[in-house]
Design a protein around this ligand. Sequence first.
Ligand code: UT7
Length: 335
Amino acid sequence: MIARIIGTGSCLPESIVTNDDLAGIMDTSDEWIASRTGIRKRHLAKDETTAFMASEAARKALENAGIEADKVDMIIVGTITGDYITPSTACQVQGRLGAVNAVAFDINAACSGFMYAFHTAYAYLQTGIYKTVLVLGAETLSKIMDWTDRSTCVLFGDGAGAAVVQAFEEGGQQASEKEMMGERNGLLAFEQGSDGARGMVLNCRGRLNHNPLTTNPFAPSYVSMDGQEVYKFAVSTVPVSIRRVLGKAGVEVGDIKFFILHQANLRIIQSVAKRLKADVDKFPVSLDHCGNISAASVPVLLDEMNRKGMLNRGDKIVMSGFGGGLTWASAVIEW
Ligand code: UT7
């Protein structure tokens, strides 16, 4: 079985907020944000919801793949900022698209959310349970930021990205002319992990518990991050994860055309490139104009590259997500 990405899409909120705009409302500067992170601006939702952005990204991905919504068997959304606890964002996407034959659910793996969703989709495809899966990362992080904490709120943005993943039998009949274009080998290998013992270095509590029967009601909170601990986790874990997945796929660092990393900090990306002894030009960047969009960062960047024509058949690509949980996940795909 081959699991290929056959279409991508993304949606960013209309409103763009620059570092200078933020410097106008809090004690920060373009110089600090850009030099510490590489971020220059981000899209922040005004009226857009997570479900709206996810649905738009999904619609574009289906269009790009040439697939009708009723052909989708499953929708998985990686998100920590769904508009509701229930219904899930995935169910909302299903309803908005009219994807009547799809089963839909969300995954909470923070910045690894899209990668976890992608690997979960693969498991269903590989067992033959489903054939076509919509995989998304979608976030409205601006609503869980502490806007009095300059050390976190300047880092994040909002948006959604989607990919249509489809199963093909090796050497078997292709489903459509568009799909026949592919002599692509799809997902070659993946690996992922979690470290719950260190999870509190990046946390955000749920809503207020006002149950009168409890003696220990807790208050909700916004995102709180020990940036340096998360930074150390990222630069030590991601290169190991990538080396491991390359080993599983039987390919070398030099065989990889692009490393599409979760977009948290340019310095993390540069450090991973250095540790892998890979050319930093192979690490495309979107955080300069998107900031950190958690689960959405990998699929939004993938879609940008796809639409710019940067991805050619046969290219080997690494995708890697890491963040809250703590979680991480990497895959090698052949486009
Ligand atoms: O997506 C999930 C994964 N998340 C990550 O991967 C984030 C990983 N961590 C990081 O990217 C970095 O740790 C940060 C960008 C969050 C912070 O960079 P840093 O170099 O670790 O800075 P710091 O936290 O050590 O802060 C340095 C200084 C402090 O001032 P003092 O104590 O040295 O006087 C902060 O108060 O920078 C100050 N500072 C700011 N100054 C201006 C913190 N935030 C700001 C700000 N503007 N927005």
